[in-house]
Design a protein around this ligand. Sequence first.
Ligand code: F6R
Length: 243
Amino acid sequence: MKILEAKNYHEMSSIAASMIIEKVRFKPDANLGLATGGTPIGLYQELIRDYRSNGTSYEKVCTYNLDEYVGIDSEDTNSYRYFMEENLFAYINVPESHIHIPDGTAEDLEAECNRYDLELSREKGIDIQILGIGSNGHIGFNEPGTSFSSHTHIIELAEITRKANARFFQRLEDVPTHAITMGIASILKAKQIILLVSGLDKAEVMKQLLTTDEVNEQLPASALKNHHNVTILADEEALSLIK
Ligand code: F6R
């Protein structure tokens, strides 16, 4: 794993954006794996800024999101589909038909997981996967204890995850209890992975991840140590307990 330290959130976002922009320029039909949550918002803003000023085109790009809440419709402002529209898709020229996000309202959720896996496997693979990390070490919504051989599946969200994400909802009770997420094995198939980490809230989990060689299902992000091309792009605050 390569570790890149950024001064702050802004620098982390700009570096990540340059990596994506370079990939899309070099490979206009790149497949991008995308994340939601607070961490990648700055990256998406940088991509929008570059699209407006330099015209980097996403016309041939396909996007694959990591996860979606179960029971939340794509039109709902709390859905990850809506989040992506609001924070990125509405402002760049990625065609609607190239956007892939699991459907958390599918009647048969198991079938939806299989459908999403099939969609992922039909492609030549994700070129760059963007990840954030939960303070309990989750990647995607793969909570501690998730098998490293998992593909897209339904997960019960950990209480700490629901509490962290309650900031996007009116009340904690409104945060869904379950999500549909790409599994650890699906994530590790990406050719390149960039894990974005920012802020003091993530310092403890960074310490756990980076101060031992241990690879352990109780710390889902430790699975990244088994991948050949991972960059952890973290800011000073997130790395503050390591020095
Ligand atoms: C979101 C996702 C999650 C988040 C993680 C961190 O699609 O898969 O793993 O990346 O929960 O969230 P933030 O960035 O809000 O701290």
